[in-house]
Ligand binder design. Structure first.
Ligand SMILES: [Zn+2]
Length: 251
């Protein structure tokens, strides 16, 4: 028996209700914007869950957190609109002060039980050189939440509110160093770039001029693997891969 048949890798392209959990406005567009646009174009419902409002995202010493977060919420809503994202669920944590996964995952479990997604897209929590605590904690809490959401005795207060246990089919980890799923985003590349550029506060011209060649080169390199001009990549796993059969992660 082939282990791939025993624990099949779920197919991201077949997802029809997707929850994207990410730390800051702009992260989702950068790592998964092309895939999100493809999915919504094929009829999927996509909900964004930014953990913070990005209120620390400014180099201007005169800027206030309130001003920055107001602007970034607006930019995020605009970007989501371009990609066909229908709902944004702001989790309301402070940028730069995202708590440890143990505290954070409660709100994600509730969210998963409310949205009932077949797929969760988040960042890969096992990136060897990721230094930003918001990124590490968000990603780890999101995968933990996928494991806890189906268990009625985990955060049982949700059940009283009518949010019933929910099992996701697949978890797609973006920016993975061990991707197993390459998505051709030629058709949605322009939308992805347009959506990234909605985050005007983060990509003024001088930043964009150095950042764009990076994102293009990376997308082209991924694309080569599948004979496409540009691609996004994910490590796609089922909840079983993430706990019960953790030694099958290479499939
Ligand atoms: Zn970020």
């Amino acid at each position: 028996m082939n282990i791939k048949d025993l624990v099949p890798t779920p197919e991201l392209r077949r997802a029809r209700n997707v929850l994207v959990i990410f730390p800051h406005p702009d992260d989702a567009e950068l790592v998964a914007g092309g895939t999100v646009a493809l999915l919504t174009g094929e009829g999927a419902t996509v909900t964004y869950a930014p953990v913070t409002d990005g209120g620390m995202g400014s180099f201007d010493p005169r800027a206030s957190r309130e001003e920055v977060s107001r602007l970034r919420r607006k930019e995020q809503a605009e970007a989501a609109g371009i990609l066909g994202v229908s709902h944004i669920e702001w989790l309301g944590f402070e940028d730069g002060r995202v708590p440890e996964p143990e505290t954070l995952r409660k709100s994600m479990v509730s969210l998963i039980r409310r949205v009932r997604p077949d797929f969760v897209i988040t960042l890969d929590p096992w990136l060897p050189y990721e230094a930003h605590p918001d990124h590490r904690r968000t990603a780890m809490a999101a995968v933990e939440a996928c494991l806890f959401a189906p268990l009625p005795l985990a955060y049982p207060e949700d059940l009283d509110k009518g949010f019933l246990p929910w099992q996701v089919t697949g978890i797609a980890l973006a920016l993975s160093t061990h991707p197993n799923t390459f998505i051709n985003i030629e058709k949605t590349w322009d939308k992805k770039i347009q959506a990234i550029l909605c985050h005007r506060s983060q990509f003024p011209e001088e930043v964009w001029n150095t950042f764009f060649p990076y994102i293009l080169a990376k997308s082209q390199e991924y694309g080569k693997e599948i004979g496409a001009k540009v691609a996004e990549v994910f490590k796609v796993l089922s909840p079983t891969h993430l706990h019960v059969m953790v030694d099958t992660w290479r499939v």
